[in-house]
Design a protein around this ligand. Structure first.
Ligand SMILES: [Zn+2]
Length: 359
């Protein structure tokens, strides 16, 4: 078989290929320390059982590899045994020769966004350019509606956190399907806050000197972050909502949760939103407010923010006192429940309904 990273979001180092077995590593690029993102294509010369093993740290999530046999249009989980997961290994049975794409998560790329836009009736959304990325890519800004309550929603401050964008698409589909219900709102949406990282397949998390999600404030270095701050000042959102995905597979990566904030006014808004979302969330993607992570617990301590402010922390200081919140949306499972792109979209619809009730 042959393996390479020549696909959108590609990220792989091939250490060795021996017959039907491959030994692989992730490309860390400018990430400090370790992170878990990888995505590659394999070309099989013959049908059979293939084995992929990763070196150097956690790489295989709770449902194994996401697999696409249609060059990234659709993805399914391959599944994994506990034994293989511990060995950072997944297996694939190729029914025929040909090209198959593999990824640690269910990707959401520029092509998925374009397909989403193309699937909607002409004129549903207004799309413009927020800014150019550092590599010159056009960064999307979508707007919907013209109501007095501005809502600013972002995903991919950490570029590989794809389930957040699947949920975002679900939110937008829900809003667009019920224009009268949402007529009090104007949505401003930045789907790819680290546009280059998404398309290039970077880890994104813990970039040196800091990543996009720690860039908020006067000394911002990323054009997307500067543009999002300018947009916020221009439209004065009543809610700034930043959507993320957690780590790969630890005991705190298997449920949705809001990231608790030190600012009591911001925290009160989060608590109110989370309790309504608990009732709105679907059986396919349940949310329990008791899973929310208070400030000061687990990784959510001041030590985590030494490199800089998040969007939410920055928004807490805005003079018009908006609500601000960030949520973590797992990649593969909510406890025993396996989740996929469709389920994430149903969850996104619940987020929209919660905005309607709370904001
Ligand atoms: Zn994140």
């Amino acid at each position: 078989m042959r393996i390479d990273n020549q696909l959108p979001g590609g990220n792989i180092i091939v250490e060795k290929i021996d017959g039907h077995k491959a030994v692989l590593k992730r490309e860390l690029r400018d990430t400090a320390g370790n992170w878990f993102y990888w995505k590659f294509r394999a070309e099989f010369d013959e049908p059979g059982d293939y084995v992929f093993t990763f070196l150097e740290g956690a790489s295989v999530g709770n449902r194994g590899a996401a697999i696409s046999v249609d060059k990234g249009k659709t993805w399914t989980w391959g599944g994994v045994s506990e034994e293989d997961k511990k060995a950072e290994t997944f297996r694939y049975h190729a029914a025929a020769a040909g090209e198959v794409w593999f990824c640690v998560c269910v990707p959401y790329m520029q092509s998925d966004w374009d397909a989403f836009m193309a699937s909607m009736p002409e004129g549903t959304f207004h799309c413009e350019e927020l800014c150019r990325s550092r590599k010159g890519r056009s960064v999307e800004l979508l707007t919907w509606g013209n109501g007095p309550k501005a809502i600013l929603v972002t995903t991919r401050h950490h570029c590989q956190e794809s389930m957040a964008t699947h949920s975002l698409e679900g939110m937008l589909r829900e809003v667009a399907a019920h224009p009268n219900m949402y007529k009090e709102y104007t949505f401003y949406v930045v789907p790819f806050a680290d546009k280059d990282g998404v398309e290039d397949g970077d880890q994104g998390k813990n970039r040196k000197p800091h990543d996009h999600a720690r860039d908020y404030g006067a000394d911002a270095i990323y054009p997307e972050v500067k543009a999002i701050m300018a947009l916020a000042y221009r439209v004065k959102p009543v809610l700034l909502f930043d959507m993320h995905c957690p780590w790969l597979r630890s005991s705190t990566d298997i449920y949705t949760y809001f990231v608790g904030q030190e600012n009591p006014r911001i925290q009160a808004g989060i608590t109110a939103f989370s309790s309504v979302l608990e009732n709105e969330s679907p059986a396919s993607f349940p949310h329990h407010s008791s899973d929310d992570m208070p400030f000061g617990v687990s990784w959510n301590t001041s030590a985590n923010y030494k490199q800089g402010k998040t969007l939410v922390m920055w928004a807490a200081g805005l003079p018009w006192e908006p609500r601000a919140q960030s949520i973590e949306i797992p990649f593969a499972n909510l406890r025993d429940l396996t989740v996929d792109a469709a389920a994430a979209k149903e969850f996104g619809a619940a987020l929209a309904r919660t905005i309607l009730k709370v904001i």
